[in-house]
Design a protein around this ligand. Structure first.
Ligand SMILES: [Zn+2]
Length: 123
């Protein structure tokens, strides 16, 4: 991830966005948060998710069933003995979380995203 996007990040944000870490479940600011608005990349301010697509997954992290068009980059992640799909911000390459195929209809998609990667702006 380009240094120019990292200057304003906190240590917790760097741990996740830059180093690919994961925040502790049920601790994130947006885990249990359902206000109406948009979620932007905390690093580069790209629009990533909308509150209409957020749902309560019970997994401990913010979950979305849909992402903004062309906002996400997908990478195969074989770390920790699992086959997962990592999701990153397409614009700045920040690690955001992972995507799974056990979400609600109609997409069946569950984006499992770290709160620290997101910047919420109310409508
Ligand atoms: Zn970004």
């Amino acid at each position: 991830m380009d240094k120019k996007w990292q200057t304003h990040l906190t240590d917790a944000q760097k741990h996740v966005c830059v180093d690919g870490g994961t925040e502790y479940p049920f601790t994130g600011e947006y885990n249990d948060f359902f206000e109406s608005g948009d979620y932007y990349c905390v690093c580069c301010n790209a629009l990533l998710f909308k509150s209409e697509d957020k749902f309560q997954s019970g997994c401990g992290w913010p979950a979305f069933s849909f992402s903004e068009k062309e906002s996400i980059r997908y990478l195969r992640d074989s770390s920790h003995g699992m086959e997962r799909i990592e999701v990153r911000c397409k614009q700045c390459d920040a690690h955001l979380g992972h995507v799974f195929n056990d979400g609600p209809p109609p997409t069946g998609t569950r984006y499992c995203i770290n709160s620290v990667c997101l910047d919420f702006k109310a409508k």
